[in-house]
Design a protein around this ligand. Structure first.
Ligand code: UTP
Length: 294
């Protein structure tokens, strides 16, 4: 029996330098995809996978993230008066999600591993999910839900993986799948025998990259406690995970769906088009718009 996953951590304390100048005053996680900020898409994904508590890692100046989930009585009342019931229900649903959020400050952006380490008290001694809101996945079944199903079978650590072009391995955490045959099939579980952060193509153990969805065991905090600096002098989550491959079951899930890197301008634009196209009410207009650029 695997222990249930009830909590999810959302690291959002990065600087968002690839989106300057917009990210000077607006957190990257508040950038909209269609009509919801990145953070809302991620929280809704977690909620649909059965997560009960959301732990936000934010930084000074990123208060807008928490405010997005706060109560808006004046707005709700005005929407009700105008008969805009759907919008009013949507607003109240957000406030209900907000009641399940705990915020933790990462005083300095020392790396993703450090951001996760900052949540050790809130997570406690139980497995937890990590979602990076700037990675969005469009598919029939939300990515974290697919991972929960896989976790139910194998336990341990489960990370979402996808193939990247060989020349781009130095942008990602890359999985070493060992010597066995690695299935290319969607839904397949790949054994993780090692992990390397941003290896040069010539040194990469594969082209399978870890994307921003994880289910982790609390032992990861013991490794993060050492605060070892890795690539770019940051405390890397990948390095702590690499220490766990011999002691726990560890798998990569080839998830189904298309992933968009919304931390990158083109990835962000593509996500807006794809998620708008996914809505019945917008599909025709989006298709027409795409043709004007063809
Ligand atoms: P990124 O490197 O993609 O985000 O980190 P960034 O640093 O905000 O953006 P750029 O690269 O400067 O444009 C991946 C995720 O980890 C979080 C980020 O907020 C993002 O969600 N993160 C990163 C932290 O929470 N703390 C950190 O110290 C570093």
């Amino acid at each position: 029996m695997t222990k249930p996953v009830n909590k999810a951590v959302f690291p959002m304390a990065g600087l968002g330098t690839r989106f300057l100048p917009v990210t000077r005053a607006i957190p990257k996680e508040m950038l909209p995809v269609v009509d919801k900020p990145l953070v809302q898409w991620a929280v809704e994904e977690a909620a649909s996978a059965g997560i009960e508590k959301f732990i936000f890692v934010t930084a000074p100046g990123k208060e807008a993230i928490e405010a997005h989930f706060g109560p808006t009585p004046v707005l709700d009342h005005a929407l009700e008066e105008k008969g805009k019931t759907g919008l009013c229900e949507g607003s109240r649903a957000l406030t209900e999600l907000g009641a399940r959020i705990t915020c933790v400050l990462q005083p300095e952006p020392l790396g993703l591993g450090h951001a996760v380490w900052c949540t050790r008290e809130q997570v406690g001694d139980e497995p937890f999910a990590v979602l990076l809101p700037d990675d969005m996945i469009l598919g029939k079944t939300p990515c974290l839900q697919q991972m929960m199903a896989a976790y139910g079978e194998v336990g341990g650590n489960v990370v979402a993986v996808e193939n990247v072009p060989c020349k781009h391995t130095d942008r990602y955490g890359i999985v070493d799948p060992g010597n066995g045959t690695v299935s290319e099939e969607t839904g397949a579980l790949v054994p993780v025998k090692g992990l390397v952060e941003k290896p040069e193509p010539a040194k990469a153990p594969s082209t399978l990259s870890v994307i921003g969805r994880y289910i982790l065991q609390p032992q990861v905090f013991e490794h993060l406690d050492r605060k070892t600096r890795g690539v770019d002098e940051e405390i890397q989550l990948t390095d702590a995970l690499a220490k766990m491959v011999d002691t726990l079951p560890f798998h990569g899930l080839r998830f189904s769906g298309e992933r968009f890197d919304c931390g990158d301008k083109i990835g962000y634009l593509k996500a807006n088009m794809a998620f708008a196209h996914d809505r019945d009410a917008l599909r025709g207009a989006v298709s027409a718009l795409c043709r004007t650029f063809a």
